[in-house]
Design a protein around this ligand. Structure first.
Ligand SMILES: Nc1ncnc2c1ncn2[C@@H]1O[C@H](COP(=O)(O)OP(=O)(O)OP(=O)(O)O)[C@@H](O)[C@H]1O
Ligand code: SF4
Ligand SMILES: [Mg+2]
Length: 330
């Protein structure tokens, strides 16, 4: 495979609250490649969004990147470690939006109600490429057409509140791609949408990814979305990467008990269509009450004595899969 366009290595991002420290991201490593989609999956609070925010250097106080590196191969082919850049310096501002596009779950929080979508798109285009107002408006219309907005030359003058949720999410994707980034980070881009619209938006992301050879990082709590959209997957639990590998082999032979539990809870990817849907026993512990040893041990049906005392290492389990679980210790 070609070199990764973005490489996250042993990333730790913690929140330092008065009550204690939350290890929101606790030693996560993965690579993004042009033309491939990496899915990041896990239940609520597992550190998916903080991972994305760390890459974009928009982690809020009292959080900060404690250690690790985020190596970006820039458009001009230079290499930079994003963790070393000032969060609001010129380089990071150019990278955010310019080289890494971002789509959130809730488009209303990112689209202004006071400006037409055309003006906002134009601004996003001009911020990274001063081609002049007229050309930027033409590009805004092209972007709307690309994301499948009907009658784009008329819709360009609408306000976001005049659009349905699905159309708004399409506009968000157009905004994220306005500056032609090589990387797209989508954080739960379809969670707020109905099932039919969800499928359409995922199709759109897939199509644009192929057309533009984008490296996509897709965050979701839904294994079904991963199955349909991603090439590779990272499964997170309490800030840790518990399993990673190509989607095909990982879904065919999941190794970590948490990955297996997540898969059993998704109807669309069950091996036997009529098997009963399982739920994962117990709930995620409060971040201040993190268990010793393997973080999943209180919920794990395969727990052993060592699991309660020792944090498992990552073990290579073949087929480019790796898992952090004592069951696979040599
Ligand atoms: N601003 C903050 N201050 C303190 N703790 C935070 C902050 N943002 C996130 N956290 C903590 O970091 C951990 C990871 O949160 P994160 O938002 O990354 O989870 P997530 O996997 O994206 O969950 P969800 O599926 O609900 O979006 C959680 O324990 C959360 O409480
Ligand atoms: S290390 Fe132990 S508790 Fe953790 S997932 Fe593996 S078997 Fe379960
Ligand atoms: Mg999140």
């Amino acid at each position: 495979m070609a070199d990764p366009i973005l490489s996250v290595q042993s990333l730790n991002t913690h929140f330092f609250a008065d009550e204690g420290t939350i290890r929101a991201v606790d030693g996560v490593s993965f690579d993004l490649y042009a033309g491939r989609t990496l899915g990041i999956v896990g239940e609520s609070g597992c550190g998916k969004s903080v991972t994305a925010r760390s890459i974009l250097r928009i982690v809020e106080r009292p959080g900060r990147i404690v250690s690790g590196s985020i190596i970006l191969r820039r458009s001009n082919n230079t290499i930079v470690d994003l963790t070393t850049l000032p969060t609001d310096g010129a380089q990071m501002r150019a990278i955010r939006g310019g080289e890494i596009g971002l789509v959130f779950q809730e488009p209303m929080s990112s689209l202004s109600a006071f400006h037409t979508i055309g003006n906002q798109l134009q601004e996003a285009v001009l911020l990274h490429d001063p081609i002049g107002k007229k050309a930027a408006r033409t590009k805004a219309i092209d972007l709307l057409a690309m994301v499948g907005i009907p009658r784009p030359s008329q819709r360009v003058d609408s306000y976001s509140f005049e659009l349905s949720g699905g159309l708004r999410q399409r506009v968000m994707i157009a905004m994220a791609l306005a500056a032609e980034p090589h990387i797209l980070i989508a954080d739960e881009p379809t969670t707020a949408l109905d099932v039919t619209t969800q499928a359409q938006i995922l199709d759109l992301i897939r199509r644009i990814q192929q057309e533009r050879n984008l490296a996509v990082m897709l965050i979701t709590h839904d294994m079904g979305v991963i199955a349909e959209t991603a090439d590779d997957v990272v499964v997170m639990y309490l800030g840790k990467e518990v399993e990673r590998g190509p989607v095909d082999s990982t879904f065919h032979a999941p190794k970590h008990p948490y990955t297996r539990a997540l898969l059993r809870s998704i109807p669309s990817v069950l091996a036997e269509p009529r098997a009963r849907l399982a739920t994962i026993t117990g709930s995620i512990p409060h971040p201040f009450a993190r268990p010793a040893g393997c973080p999943f041990n209180p919920r794990c049906p395969e727990r052993m004595a060592v699991c309660e005392t020792t944090v498992p290492l990552q073990y290579d389990v073949g087929h480019n899969q790796a898992t952090a679980c004592h069951l696979y210790a040599a």
